[in-house]
Design a protein around this ligand. Sequence first.
Ligand code: SF4
Ligand code: SF4
Length: 363
Amino acid sequence: MTQSLVAAQNAPLILRGIYEYHIASHFGPLRPREWLFPLTYRCDARCIMCNIWQGSKTGELSLDEWRDVLNDPLFAGIESVSLTGGEPTLHPELLQLMELLMDKLPGLQRLTLTTNGLGTKRVVEQCAKLLDLCTARGIRLFAAISLDGLGTLHDEMRNIPGAFDKVQQTLEELQRLQARGLRRGISCLLTNRNLHDAENVRQWSAERGLGVYYMIAEFTESYYANIDRADDLAFTGQQREDLAAFLQKLAAQKSLLNPVAYWYADLARMIERETPRATPCIFQKDAFMLDARGDFQWCMHSRVLGNVRQRSATRIYYAPESLAHRRELWAQSCRQCTIGCSITLALAKDAFKYVRFLLGGQP
Ligand code: SF4
Ligand code: SF4
């Protein structure tokens, strides 16, 4: 697809983003467009950088409860849902829940499924059925498969013997769904344990026609509940310099079709010069996180604002205390935050920054 065709396809999103992010947001909170949905905390991995797999699996909403919750008008404007977990494909009623979600979210255009890819048969079957549901409604489905290193390094990161072989098989089998419209990519989480293999993951993936999105491990009290892992896995000293150098290499590949290069350039600057984050974030403007138990947050760094079992999503989203907490995040957490959820969407909506970068400017 040519660069001008992609730009033309995204023009409505870009124009609306410029209006909403630069003008409308100064007059009140924007209606939400994106939802980060950890839909179950069940997980079949034992990752060294995350404690979700050790946490409680109880208290998740039933289908009937979701049916009530999704009647809230807040969901009518949602265009994009990112399914995460835990391992989303372990949800016992994933397809029924997705069908319900598609019925209740009339504006839904994009669905992203992040999977650890360990249960090949289950993941491929669920993706195939989910793809059928999406195709029937004109929704684009993207599967992001986690891969943190090649061979036994990935096994060590995920703490599962044979994890790399399982992911490789999942990727091969998912390829069959590409002809039916499934898009696939690799999601690689960087810690001080696997940075040395990050370039190998990129090459391995490129040989298979797969793009890689790199994330830096974040350590949070809620959600990942992995603060205790920071001392062991966070980047320090020379490791930070190596990380910045790798990010600079990625940033050098900037083009109209590679907006993530902006994010990598910004991350490198944040690490090298300790400058505040310049990259926009959907959670600052028009996104939220609502999880399997009904807990509503702005993002992984946010406190829980309320639970949709007790209060409607609309009331939580627009509550003065919720909006005040979002302003606290802007002031305290966003400056150093390396969370990069839906960066491409955020940069499309705040396109001036990205255009300046393409023309030779800094983030
Ligand atoms: S990082 Fe993902 S796959 Fe790994 S334990 Fe946490 S939720 Fe499970
Ligand atoms: S703390 Fe991070 S994820 Fe949360 S709103 Fe700020 S930049 Fe976004």
